[in-house]
Design a protein around this ligand. Structure first.
Ligand code: GLN
Length: 303
């Protein structure tokens, strides 16, 4: 099905036109944007190169790269997976089979953490670090900070290590295999997580691009979507020293999970310090703070 063969002699503008047309014909709603993005990245061009020198030929390497990429895109592979990297808060993150593509929603979590502010050289724990995007973005913003990213997937950990080095924070980031906070010793000033939070029954309704290409372990939050939050808040409640007494736990949540996650936090003895919204207005981040009411651990308390 290679009706998208690109020739070395095609000009940049011609390549863009053909890529757009091929995607449009296949019914892609983002045909123009995707075609442009792929052309810029694969041909190594800036928008200015494309606008002012659109008549330059793409050459053999460009033709090969575009033919392969468009063929993959037409088979339904997301642009991020084709490029093997994606941008998050202006930084570039390598992706692998074990990592979620960083989402704009998750930038809200980073913004919330930055707004909270913290001690001068904070220690940060990122649970379910995936590509490492949250931890690495925070280390980039706080030059004195150090952090630990935990994940169950060795593949994700290796990608996150690459990403930390690539974004200049490798000397302040460590990555460890573990089940949430089980293997971790604190204290941490800030604990962040964007855990899997889609209810298992909803997974089949997700877009094919997400279902087929994002790792199930990064999406599936169990029967009600809340398994990971339970594991995290209960795990922290059972290890009171892990989160510093004046620290904060920031959890990304699904758009309809604010009350449920706040409730789980309260039940585990946390104080709900805030619920932040994303750019589309959905509740997206729950901020929890200690102190744990030690007497409440294991006993549900309602505040
Ligand atoms: N922390 C990573 C991210 O925000 C991975 C999250 C996940 O896999 N659920 O992209």
């Amino acid at each position: 099905m290679s009706d998208v063969a690109f020739e070395p002699g095609f000009s940049r503008s011609e390549a863009l036109r053909r890529a757009t047309q091929a995607l449009k014909q296949a019914g892609h709603t983002e045909a123009r944007g995707d075609a442009r993005f792929l052309c810029l990245h694969l041909l190594g061009l800036t928008p200015t190169d494309l606008a002012l020198r659109g008549d330059a030929p793409i050459g053999p390497a460009g033709a090969d790269a575009l033919t392969q990429a468009l063929t993959r895109r037409l088979r339904g592979e997301p642009v991020a997976r084709i490029l093997g990297e994606w941008e998050f808060r202006g930084l570039t993150f390598a992706l692998s089979a074990g990592t979620l593509v960083p989402r704009p929603d998750t930038e809200t979590l980073v913004d919330s953490a930055l707004r909270l502010g913290t001690v001068p050289s904070p220690t940060i724990l990122d649970l379910g670090t995936g590509s490492g995007c949250i931890l690495i973005a925070l280390l980039g913003e706080w030059p004195g900070a150090r952090g630990l990213g935990v994940d169950l997937s060795e593949d994700a950990l290796s990608t996150a290590r690459t990403n930390a080095a690539r974004n200049g924070v490798g000397d302040r980031a460590a990555f460890l295999r573990g089940d949430w906070c089980e293997a971790v010793r604190g204290p941490f000033d800030l604990i962040v997580s964007n855990p899997p939070y889609i209810a298992s029954g909803v997974i089949p309704t997700l877009s094919e691009e997400v279902r087929r290409y994002d790792p199930a372990a990064a999406l599936d939050g169990g029967p009600d979507g809340l398994d990971a939050y339970r594991a995290i808040v209960d795990g922290l409640a059972a290890r009171p020293g892990l989160l510093a007494a004046d620290g904060a736990l920031l959890l990304e949540i699904g758009y309809d999970q604010a009350e449920a996650v706040a409730g789980l936090g309260r039940d585990a003895g946390f104080r709900v310090a805030g619920i932040d919204r994303d750019l589309t207005g959905h509740a997206r981040v729950v901020t929890l703070r200690p102190p744990f009411d030690v007497t409440s651990v294991g006993n549900k308390v309602v505040r």
